[in-house]
Design a protein around this ligand. Structure first.
Ligand code: ZN
Length: 144
């Protein structure tokens, strides 16, 4: 069964008092040496001569951070049909199908790799536990 854990909403508003950081963010995290050059050569109206220390920008550091590759094989594989199923809802797709469908739901049985696809006009909110269970039962009846 599907279980979703929701967390409390978080305010993502940021406030910048330091003009150096504001210029850095305004120029899409341009490095501070280049920002200083822009001010020094008066290439941008209003930019101050930026003298920045060794402080590291968290966003820049995160953007340059190495990402671990996806594992080539999963740690767990199902040992029987419908023991584990993967679902994905894609859309809205464009153009809309001739039948007016905006989304398609795919369910893959981890054991047999059998895939079930259903085109629908509804988004993910429609697919509650009842509807997912219905699809899994249909797959079970088909002896996957
Ligand atoms: Zn940055």
């Amino acid at each position: 069964m599907m279980q979703v854990n929701l967390t409390a909403p978080v305010c993502l508003m940021a406030k910048m008092d330091d003009m150096v950081w504001l210029w850095h963010a305004s120029y899409r995290h341009l490095n501070f040496r280049s920002l200083r050059d822009l001010g020094k050569k008066q290439m941008v109206v209003g930019i101050p001569l930026i003298q920045h220390g060794e402080q590291v920008c968290d966003a820049c550091a995160l953007g340059k951070h190495h990402r671990a590759p996806f594992p080539r094989a999963s740690a767990y594989r199902a040992t029987a049909g419908l023991e584990l199923a993967h679902g994905d809802l894609c859309g809205p797709i464009t153009p809309v199908t001739p039948g007016g469908k905006l989304y398609f739901l795919s369910i893959v049985d981890d054991y047999s790799r059998y895939m079930w696809i259903e085109f629908t006009t509804r988004d993910w909110a429609f697919y509650d536990n009842f509807h997912m269970t219905k699809h899994l039962l249909v797959m079970k009846v088909m002896r996957l």
